[in-house]
Design a protein around this ligand. Structure first.
Ligand code: HEC
Length: 190
């Protein structure tokens, strides 16, 4: 599970760098704004995925990985105060952003003409993703709520400094990402 994340992390890092060049100044402001990365106006889903979900997920999952000792056993004491703080901040952003999407009147996938990751290489175009979400917005919001709830459980694990619960919750977060992608991003594919 963790290994998969590392691989996709590298690919997505490249995607994020490319995306950074095309983002408008307004969008950049959303990132540097307050701890909660959601400004009054919700960013596009594409922006949120590349610039919020991917890095903040790594903030939790890649950091949680350090709780493993050399024998592959979990040990909370291996994590520093700084690492717990990193995970807390990331889990809070994931929770709050997901709640904002769950409460949104309208979800916008991308700006006009913006290309999604790997679009045309087996992945569908943003208009198609938009159509799938618009056809089933409640299902989409329910999945966002699920992710928010899981992020809340991650925060409980962090609060308790419980490495077992943290590891489980980090796997569940990943499953929540994947479940939504399977339905709303590449339906019919794996
Ligand atoms: C409720 C649905 C939903 C959840 C939950 C979700 N995603 Fe996504 N994600 C999407 C959709 C739809 C797309 C395709 C449209 C797009 O690219 O924005 C996508 C695309 C992406 C992309 C590629 C963006 C691009 O086109 O370059 C990344 C990276 C990503 N998601 C990461 C994550 C991570 C990490 C999580 C979990 C922490 C997550 N997502 C949770 C719906 C979701």
């Amino acid at each position: 599970m963790i290994r998969t994340v590392y691989v996709s992390g590298a690919i997505f890092a490249a995607a994020i760098m490319m995306a950074a060049c095309t983002h408008s100044a307004v969008e950049e402001e959303v990132v540097v704004a307050e701890p909660v990365a959601v400004a009054p106006e919700l960013p596009t889903l594409y922006y949120a995925m590349t610039d919020i979900y991917q890095p903040e997920f790594q903030g939790v999952a890649d950091t949680a990985f350090w709780a493993y000792d050399d024998d592959g056993n979990l040990d909370s004491s291996l994590l520093t105060d700084e690492q717990w703080a990193t995970m807390k901040a990331s889990a809070e952003v994931l929770r709050d952003t997901s709640r904002a999407f769950a409460a949104a009147e309208q979800i916008r996938v991308a700006e006009d003409g913006e290309e999604l990751f790997n679009e045309g290489q087996g992945f569908i175009a943003s208009e198609d993703v938009q159509a799938i979400i618009d056809a089933e917005p409640d299902g989409f919001k329910a999945m966002m709520t699920y992710l928010a709830d899981e992020a809340e459980r991650t925060l409980d694990a962090i609060e308790a400094r419980d490495a077992e619960a943290l590891s489980l919750s980090s796997d569940n977060l990943y499953a929540a990402c994947k479940t939504c992608h399977t339905v709303y991003w590449y339906p019919g594919r794996r």
